[in-house]
Design a protein. Structure first.
Length: 226
């Protein structure tokens, strides 16, 4: 059982360690880009709050998903409240990750120069696929499925992968286009701290995909799915 729960988590922790060490080195080496404060907290503090929020969120998801797949503990012991409690926790932690990116941008705003035309054009270009993704998720996919409902509710396992909206062009659109929204606050407020935190989240989301979600997909839907 433990072997299945921790499948590929050795790679997860190695890659996460490298990611954290790299972030620390950048913050330390280029500290003059990470000045400023917001709500009495320094930019560096907001950066580490964001990094810790991302780590807690993805470790929580990994543990819940894997334990649920292996033992069905939540749905057996808390059939009515188990998934709901998880979904609330998931949403709060996701909001904390996004909030930290915005607050880091507010603390560190104006720390680099990007011409107005360039930053607004870049933000607009990134927003187009991001908004299309949100629309496709709401209309065709569902937030519950993104949060991992197929680990809890067998009915989801009998449905095919969505091939509508943005998903008809990019099957893993949530991973490809979702992280683009992370960069918008840093670009608009010209904040290198927010951009670094967005990059950390972007890379870590892909680590989650390859080390946690992809093995789970193969267990739930079969080895040919990815």
């Amino acid at each position: 059982m433990l072997r299945n729960i921790f499948e590929k988590q050795d790679w997860h922790f190695v890659l996460l360690a490298l990611l954290v060490v790299s972030a620390h080195a950048i913050i330390d080496r280029f500290n003059y880009y990470f000045l400023g404060e917001f709500w009495g907290l320094s930019t560096a503090t907001w950066l580490w709050i964001g990094i810790i929020a991302a780590i807690i969120h993805q470790l929580y998801v990994m543990v819940i998903w894997r334990v649920q797949l292996e033992t069905q503990w939540l749905t057996v012991n808390l059939p009515r409240l188990g998934y709901l409690a998880y979904l609330i926790d998931y949403t709060i932690m996701l909001a904390a990750r996004l909030g930290a990116i915005v607050l880091a941008a507010a603390a560190n705003r104006g720390s680099i120069f990007i011409p107005d035309d360039a930053r607004w054009a870049t933000a607009f270009i990134l927003a187009i696929p991001f908004i299309w993704l949100i629309h496709s998720v709401v209309k065709y996919y569902s937030y519950k499925r993104i949060a991992g409902a197929d680990h809890f509710e067998p009915a989801y396992r009998d449905t095919s992968w969505t091939r509508k909206g943005i998903f008809q062009y990019v099957p893993r659109a949530v991973y490809v286009f979702g992280p683009l929204g992370f960069y918008i606050p840093g670009i608009v407020l010209t904040s290198p701290a927010s951009l670094l935190l967005a990059l950390f989240n972007h890379i870590y989301i892909w680590i989650h995909y390859y080390c946690t979600e992809l093995p789970d997909i193969k267990r739930i839907y079969g080895p040919d799915n990815r």
